[in-house]
Write a protein that binds this ligand. Structure first.
Ligand code: ATP
Ligand code: FE
Length: 366
């Protein structure tokens, strides 16, 4: 089968055509990152207008590259949850129009499920169930993917997401005023800056060490970063727009603290799995995805944890970890093959967006 996927849940307009043999036939991604960086954050109506401006071109480019017409498709997949409502609406309405025009069915997609399942596009040997860790701008969670549409949530962030913490830290450190980081998102800027610093230079603390669950927390770290910057600004008597001299050490220490927290929580999840036998011995695989998973320092340390715990680590290439249309098309293929959530062009009224939607059942609700 052959599917077209559309992604507009946040600030990227993406489209791709993927087939069930795992070929990416065509893809196009228009990022709004630079515009939002200039605003210092995403302004939803601005994101909506840019999606509206770009979506027609994005879809046309993907179809052209794939050399397929709407007629050749088996279905259309589109992200409908979770995300910014104004952004989601643009993609969903566009996909509905395509469905009406082509008489092809529409498959609604959960953005986080798509992030998790991307690994099966990359690795055709990856069998369900597996453990997944999603680290992104809006989420941080550990789950077991039992079936294409059945997820068991082991833990999630009780406050912020790691990408959000990195983006905020980068803004506080004014990294985008440094030429070398001007075109980077917060996470990329901190990863690059960290290469020039000492990860043990500044102790930002450890978090949730007394909790035996698999949840995450980043608000303590956020506060520790803020007070470090204030302290340094006072010490060196800096004016508002001057960059602190410890910037590289602080970036390295931030990356280190986040990595340590993530690794500890993953270790907890694995201990839990060992105790409860939630995964068969043949399926000891950890998939890591979401934008923050493109961070090489985090990858390296997760790999050490996995080696220690006899888990196989699978991380899709950075391009597939951040938001894209490919993962939506692939999730569409997975659903199409299993006859899940396929809506005829006559039933489009049954599909709507949802800004919030948890990923699967919580372990305690089982
Ligand atoms: P969600 O998927 O939760 O809706 P999102 O769509 O904003 O959130 P992604 O596109 O998956 O998230 O990821 C974007 C986030 O990833 C940003 O916060 C960005 O700072 C972070 N990020 C990107 N590259 C890196 C990197 N190399 N290291 C760390 N973080 C990174
Ligand atoms: Fe995402």
């Amino acid at each position: 089968s052959k599917l077209l996927g559309i992604e507009t849940s946040c600030d990227d307009t993406g489209c791709a055509i993927v087939d069930s043999d795992r070929n990416i036939l065509g893809e196009y991604l228009q990022s709004q990152q630079q515009i939002h960086l200039d605003f210092g954050g995403i302004i939803p109506p601005v994101a909506r207008d840019l999606h509206k401006q770009n979506i027609d071109n994005v879809v046309t480019q993907a179809l052209q590259q794939a050399q397929v017409s709407l007629n050749d498709l088996d279905a259309i997949a589109v992200t409908v949850k979770p995300g910014l409502p104004l952004s989601l609406l643009v993609g969903m309405n566009y996909a509905k129009e395509l469905s009406k025009k082509s008489l092809k069915p529409l498959i609604p997609i959960h953005h986080m499920e798509a992030h998790a399942l991307t690994a099966r596009l990359v690795d055709h040997n990856l069998q369900l169930p597996f453990l997944v860790l999603l680290l992104s701008g809006g989420h941080c969670l550990l789950a077991i993917v039992k079936k294409v549409n059945e997820f068991l949530l082991l833990g999630q962030s009780i406050d912020d997401a790691p990408g959000e913490a990195l983006d905020k830290a980068a803004r506080r450190l004014q990294l985008k005023n440094m030429k070398e980081f001007r075109n980077c998102c917060g996470g990329q800027a901190i990863e690059k800056a960290a290469l020039k610093g000492d990860p043990r230079a500044i102790d930002l603390g450890t978090f949730m060490t007394n909790y035996k669950d698999c949840n995450f927390s980043y608000s303590g770290l956020k506060n520790a970063i803020r007070s470090q910057i204030l302290k340094s600004e006072q010490k060196h008597e800096l004016k508002g727009d001057e960059i602190i001299p410890e910037v590289f050490d602080l970036c390295a220490s931030i990356q280190y603290a986040i990595t340590k927290h993530i690794c500890t929580r993953v270790q907890r999840a694995i201990e839990f799995i060992n105790r409860t036998q939630l995964l068969p011995d043949t399926n000891r695989t950890l998939v890591v995805s979401g934008g923050v998973a493109s961070n090489m320092f985090i990858r390296k340390h997760l790999n050490l944890v996995c080696e220690e715990e006899n888990f196989k680590l699978i991380v899709p290439p950075p391009k597939l970890c951040t938001d894209n249309g490919i993962m939506i098309a692939w999730n569409g293929i997975e659903k199409f093959n299993e006859h899940i959530d396929i809506f005829s062009h006559l039933d489009l009224d049954k599909i709507d967006i949802q800004s919030k939607e948890p990923l699967g059942k919580n372990i305690s609700q089982q």
